[in-house]
Write a protein that binds this ligand. Structure first.
Ligand code: TYM
Length: 353
């Protein structure tokens, strides 16, 4: 029963590389409960454990789909406010936005020349977003997206990447790119990064359809909880969440064919920091009439302080920009030497004298 444990980063898989955590979130819309439980909450749990933690707003990934410039600026600050409000401490973690550290884009180009078209074609997120003729209209950036993501990670020699389940394939591709680079240039330069997909809520599902991922792009707002929702809205959405008429069982396995029920139990476990079995031990035999109000109370108690703190932070955008600027300086200091060494391995002359 490891559900309730804080995610871990250990050196095991990459002897010779200092363990380092990196992850990122796109500022392409509001934050959902999925982003919070699958990513931010775990980012916060990983900080201050003796391993460097680097977190990013991936604004260059966001523009692979057109973004209104003013909205992008606002959403980037809002995401930063979300990280900070959830407990990310800029004295313990490095926080910045991707475009501030140009090493990401520079290494991304080198990886575009290492990665193969066939690898990109096999990415399920690419296939999902571009079925049929849509592929012709997609940006070239959207196709190359996973290569830039590999650069985000490897420009810090990051060994551990906490993500939700939907990003597993992209982190695996990062390993393929690292392995091909190391092989092509006969070096042992990039580590084999591990995805860290742990906890009760690595795949939070829609409140309207337990077989679909909770997503900021779902046309129905009732399908997700936004970090900016007020207490009333959160409680209403949970009350209206799709469920079934059966009581909760004693074991999690018995929920296998009840996706909506399973999702709500997972959410409860992740918010409470309990194992799923412990949640069921408490609620077995009870129906959703009893469970949902408890879940709503828990969700409001967990999320309302974050939402309030986000609004407070958003009143002072200059302070957010200052924190990001400082984070970018620290990130740059790690990334630049790794990028320069990469240029050297590839055979580029860098001296200006
Ligand atoms: P993005 O912005 O779609 O999502 C950010 C993080 O939230 C997780 N997540 C979820 N987890 C559980 N349940 C859900 N319903 C849910 N929805 C989203 C995602 O798994 C992710 O961890 N490609 C990435 C951003 C990225 C990145 C990186 C991540 C760019 N470079 C380098 C890690 C390392 C993305 O689009 O995530």
């Amino acid at each position: 029963m490891t559900d309730a444990k804080a995610p871990t980063a250990t050196a095991d898989a990459n002897p010779g590389f200092t363990p380092r955590v990196f992850s990122g979130i796109q500022p392409s819309g509001g934050l959902t409960l999925g982003n919070y439980l699958g990513a931010i909450k775990r980012f916060v749990e990983m900080q201050g454990q003796g391993v460097e933690t680097i977190y990013c707003m991936v604004d260059m990934h966001a523009i692979t789909v057109w973004q209104d410039p003013e909205a992008l600026r606002r959403q980037t600050r809002e995401l930063a406010a979300g990280y900070l409000a959830a407990g990310l401490d800029p004295t313990k973690s490095i926080l910045f936005n991707q475009s501030q550290v140009s090493a990401h884009a520079e290494l991304g180009w080198i990886f575009n020349c290492v990665a193969r078209m066939g690898w990109m074609n096999r990415m399920t997120q690419w296939k999902d977003k571009t079925s049929g003729k849509d592929a012709e209209k997609a940006s070239l950036g959207l196709f190359a997206y996973p290569s830039l993501m590999a650069a985000d990670i490897l420009v810090y020699h990051a060994t551990h990447v906490p993500v939700g389940e939907d990003q597993k394939q992209h982190v695996e591709l990062t390993r393929d790119i690292a392995a091909k680079f190391n092989h092509d240039f006969k070096v042992d330069f990039f580590p084999m990064t591990n995805p860290v997909i742990e906890g009760a809520a690595t795949r939070v599902m829609s409140l309207r359809d337990g077989t679909k991922k909770m997503s900021k792009s779902d046309p129905s707002d009732a399908a997700r909880i936004n970090l900016t929702d007020d207490a009333d809205t959160i409680a209403k959405k949970i009350k209206k969440a799709k469920t079934d008429a059966e009581p909760l069982p004693e074991s999690f396995e018995a929920l296998a064919d009840r996706p909506e029920a399973k999702n709500l139990v997972n959410i409860y476990a992740a918010l409470a920091g309990m194992t799923k079995d412990a949640v069921l031990a408490e609620f077995a035999g009870q129906g959703f009439g009893a469970f949902k109000p408890k879940l709503a109370d828990l969700a409001v108690a967990s999320l309302a302080p974050i939402s309030t703190e986000m609004s407070r932070l958003m009143q002072d955008p200059a302070e957010i920009d200052r924190i990001l600027g400082q984070g970018a300086d620290k990130a740059d200091a790690i990334a630049r030497p790794i990028l320069e060494k990469t240029y050297d391995i590839v055979g580029m002359i860098r001296s200006r004298r």
